[in-house]
Write a protein that binds this ligand. Structure first.
Ligand SMILES: Nc1ncnc2c1ncn2[C@@H]1O[C@H](COP(=O)(O)OP(=O)(O)OP(=O)(O)O)[C@@H](O)[C@H]1O
Ligand SMILES: [Mg+2]
Length: 342
């Protein structure tokens, strides 16, 4: 609920109903030595504030209109904090229809901390599936899918609120338009989330982002000067540590200089539900399950098997060699030793 909505309702509401909605409301006044909020249940908040003796207001150093404003701010912040703690244990995808209009006979549940990859040919409908989850579709998109949160239909508020979104979408291009330095961006974001110990959190995000990105950047670097990989790394670290969204969607992390394996582990460790579309076999096998899309419909869901996890080790070894090869080539070295020796 945003501040203006709280302002309009709350100030003209009676204290009894304000307390039902915001049980902690009286704390705001008692913390300033103004007692008796609970004792006048039939008064409106406006009446109550107007009745505060002038001398007491002078002690506090606020006019009655300022006090009213601070009260509203206090409530909206407390509400934001409550939402921050909101957890999602599970999302459920209920099948709709594919591009041919055929019924998608499937229900998939994804639990907290799980990594799900979405695979299928170009144009098959991977981005569409992620978009359905992003808007918590209710049969109102072209796929006719429905998405449940913890087994229930999400409220209108959960679907359409802009602040404190349940879902963070990391799209292919971050396209920063803001002319901010990395540090200012993180500080603003942290302040809007009312993070305690913000300096420490900023430091952690900054270090993690640099760890994920190939080339280091500084806190003074303007966002618009970050490379594709650097800005993606920054957004991933920001999402892991600053975003309240329990669900993270990643559409096609292309090979943009981000250590994608680390990024995935980081997001899963922060107990997010992660869904990622990919064309990369290693990332696919790193997931707990993979959803296979064909013709706009979910063809099947496969759990990564023990044998596949075993194969993943060999693949990662190959990947390590390829990365080493890339470093050698980038720094102008020749690759004349046997590749098996790398
Ligand atoms: N169930 C469906 N019903 C109707 N149209 C669909 C359905 N699923 C996907 N489409 C359409 O198919 C087209 C391609 O889908 P989408 O962009 O999701 O593919 P993609 O798998 O993400 O491809 P790429 O790998 O190139 O990113 C889109 O125009 C989308 O609207
Ligand atoms: Mg796509």
């Amino acid at each position: 609920m945003n501040k203006d909505m709280i302002a309009n309702e709350v100030l003209s509401d009676n204290i009894a109903s304000v307390l039902t909605l915001y049980p902690y409301a009286g704390d705001f006044f008692s913390a300033s030595g103004i007692e008796g909020f609970q004792d006048r249940p039939q008064w409106t908040v406006r009446q109550y504030i107007a009745d505060i003796p002038e001398a007491l207001l002078e002690d506090i150093g606020a006019s009655s209109s300022q006090l009213a404003e601070h009260f509203v701010l206090f409530l909206s912040r407390m509400e934001a904090l409550k939402q921050k703690k909101k957890n999602v244990e599970k999302i459920t995808i209920i099948g709709g229809q594919n591009k041919l209009g055929e019924h998608e006979d499937i229900t998939i549940s994804i639990e907290k901390g799980e990594i799900i990859t979405v695979m299928g040919p170009t144009g098959s409908g991977k981005s569409c599936l992620l978009a359905d989850i992003e808007c918590l579709a209710q049969g109102d998109t072209q796929t006719k899918r429905k998405i449940l949160i913890d087994g229930r239909i999400p409220s209108e508020r959960e679907r359409f609120q802009i602040e404190n979104k349940l879902i963070a979408q990391l799209s292919q291009n971050m396209n920063f338009v803001m002319d901010l330095r990395v540090f200012d961006f993180l500080r603003l974001h942290g302040e809007s989330r009312m993070i305690e110990d913000l300096d420490k959190v900023i430091e952690k995000i900054f270090d993690t982002a640099n760890d994920l990105a190939g080339e280091r950047f500084s806190k003074e670097t303007p966002l618009t000067e970050l490379s594709g990989g650097q800005s993606r790394a920054l957004m991933i670290a920001d999402t892991a540590f600053l975003s309240a969204s329990p669900i993270v969607l990643i559409d096609e992390i292309e090979n943009a200089g981000v250590d994608r394996k680390k990024a995935l582990r980081l997001l899963a460790r922060e107990q997010k539900i992660v869904l990622m579309s990919t064309h990369d076999p290693i990332l696919a096998l790193m997931g707990d399950k993979r959803i296979i899309i064909e013709n706009g419909g979910i063809k099947t869901v496969l759990e990564t098997s023990a044998m596949e996890k075993q194969n993943l080790k060999d693949l990662e070894d190959m990947d390590r060699k390829t990365t080493k090869l890339l470093h050698m080539l980038r720094s102008g070295e020749r690759v004349e030793t046997s590749v098996t020796m790398l």
